[in-house]
Design a protein around this ligand. Structure first.
Ligand code: NAP
Length: 473
């Protein structure tokens, strides 16, 4: 039977006779119902956050984050199962995701203790004076976070951890498809001392929750992770406020002829199939230097066959479902379209409901939809490139600019890639998605405005810098 969960208004569970239904993508079972918010609840959440009384000390913020991290670690398995049930991601992935979210809380806790103020002595030029200028960071009055379905816990942790570390009250609108782990994280934070006014979690129709939050002039920051279409809509409508937009990607893995073949095959599999290919930084195009394409293809297909898809709740499964059946249908259609343009499916391609087999496709034309736009699933299109210049030209030809991976042992080629790829990250001999939770992360072009996240950068966005100066000597 479906369990009942609640949206939260300033720490209090919202009662309502309307519910958001949450389904398990693997078996289509109704697993939970979450109380739905109205536009009135949204206004009340804003007012409660703005009415926050005394601010938490740095130590209090540290303690809430650190205790919550320990509580999350203690519940690692049940959180992983919860994500698996709402997102269809396999347990191997969701256990990993909980570990990442613990890191986010840990780094946020550590940052809460740090003071990053600066001091500028003013007697440093003929125009100077005997004064000192100091900076300090002040929390925002109110931030809003809107998150997607693909890392339902970690994406949320990346918004809430930095907000709490900064002392900024935040209203979260998680994905309606995967709200359960977000709500459970909020409950852990409340249980571990977070004042209710610091966090509301609202679920409901876009026109009752997300849109009013984006439009409200009292909201000082909208931090959004999701699709390009919604991100650009927010950019058009949000008005005079800070925006952090982490949008879609179409990341390449570029494999040059001098690459370590075993490493290249491993990275291609991990990059294309982990998290059911539903990472903004998943490998969406594998660009292989023509001279090694045949050898690479043979080894890749062999290894990709070991990425078995099936019941996400089984530890033997390496690739769970995508988020829902319509998404799996769209991906199958993208494969069919490529085949109609001359591509060949070498492995996979089968689909049962939302479960799509990891699919390797070769001879994919450069203008195929799965090359020019983001396909959010376990598809691995192989394309031949002449050399690094050709790979760079092909990579830079799409509107996206999130991340990239290059497999080479040639330092000159590696540095060329770092200099010339137009994207937020270049990882040499790693997948595009490689990062740690506190390093700067984010894209350019249609993938984002170049304003980074990652715990340290996100805290900067969640604060404003105040400068003050004093006479000195
Ligand atoms: P999405 O459809 O854009 O939804 C993201 C969030 O926006 C959801 O909470 C959604 O609410 C909400 N939303 C929908 N319409 C809105 C509106 N008019 N105003 C404000 N919010 C609105 O994205 P998704 O399909 O969940 O996620 C997949 C996408 O996220 C992919 O493109 C992926 O690349 C991208 N992504 C990017 C990053 C990054 O860091 N660059 C990371 C992860 C994912 P509902 O659930 O109620 O529709």
């Amino acid at each position: 039977m479906a369990s009942i969960h609640h949206s939260y208004l300033a720490g209090q569970p919202i009662q309502s006779d309307r519910y958001v239904d949450v389904y398990n993508p693997y078996n289509n079972e109704l697993i939970a119902q979450v109380t739905e918010c109205s536009a009135v609840h949204t206004q009340q959440a804003i007012e409660k956050a703005l009415g926050l009384g005394s601010r938490l000390t740095r130590y209090e913020r540290f303690e809430i984050l650190d205790k919550t991290r320990r509580a999350l670690l203690a519940e690692k398995e049940s959180f992983a199962k919860l994500i698996t049930s709402e997102a269809g991601l396999c347990l191997r992935e969701t256990l990993y995701e909980v570990g990442r979210a613990c890191d986010v809380l840990q780094f946020s806790a550590m940052e809460a203790l740090k003071d990053d103020g600066q001091v500028f002595s003013c007697d440093v030029s003929p125009q100077g004076k005997a004064r000192k200028i100091f900076t300090l960071r002040e929390p925002l009055n109110l931030a809003v976070a809107i998150t997607p379905f693909n890392h339902p816990l970690n994406q949320v942790a990346h918004k809430l951890g930095p907000a709490i570390a900064a002392g900024t009250p935040i209203i979260l609108k998680p994905s309606e498809k995967t709200p359960l782990s977000a709500i459970r994280l909020a409950e852990l934070l409340y249980d571990n001392g977070l004042p209710g006014e610091m966090l509301s979690v609202l679920l409901g129709p876009t026109q009752a929750v997300a849109e009013p939050l984006v439009l409200d002039e009292r909201v000082e920051l909208v931090s959004f992770t999701g699709s390009v279409a919604v991100g650009k809509h927010i950019a058009k409508t949000a008005g005079y406020k800070k925006l952090v937009l982490e949008l879609g990607g179409n990341d390449p893995l570029i494999i040059l002829e001098d690459a370590d073949m075993e490493l290249a095959v491993h990275l291609a599999c991990e990059g294309a199939f982990r998290n059911s290919g539903q990472r903004c930084t998943a490998v969406k195009r594998i660009l292989v230097q023509r001279s090694i394409l045949d050898a690479f293809t043979e080894a890749f297909v062999k290894k990709a066959a070991r990425y078995t898809s099936g019941d996400p709740g089984s530890m033997d499964t390496r690739v769970g479902t995508v988020i829902d059946e319509p998404s799996a249908e769209r991906l199958s259609q993208a494969v069919e379209n490529a085949v109609a343009q001359g591509a060949k499916v070498l492995l996979g391609g089968g689909r049962k409901g939302a479960l799509l087999e990891p699919t390797v496709i070769t001879d994919v034309p450069r203008d195929a939809e799965m090359v020019t736009s983001e396909s959010f699933g376990p598809l691995a299109p192989l394309l031949a490139v002449d050399d690094m210049d050709d790979a760079i030209q092909l990579t830079n030809s799409t509107p996206y600019g999130l991340s990239s991976g290059v497999v080479t042992n040639n330092m000159e080629q590696a540095l060329k890639a770092v200099r010339e790829l137009k994207c937020g990250t270049v990882n040499i001999n790693e997948v595009p998605g490689y990062r740690i939770e506190c390093s700067p992360f984010g894209g350019i072009k249609d993938s984002g405005l170049g304003i980074k996240e990652g715990v340290i950068e996100a805290i900067k966005c969640m604060t404003t810098v105040k400068t003050f100066s004093l006479p000195w000597g």
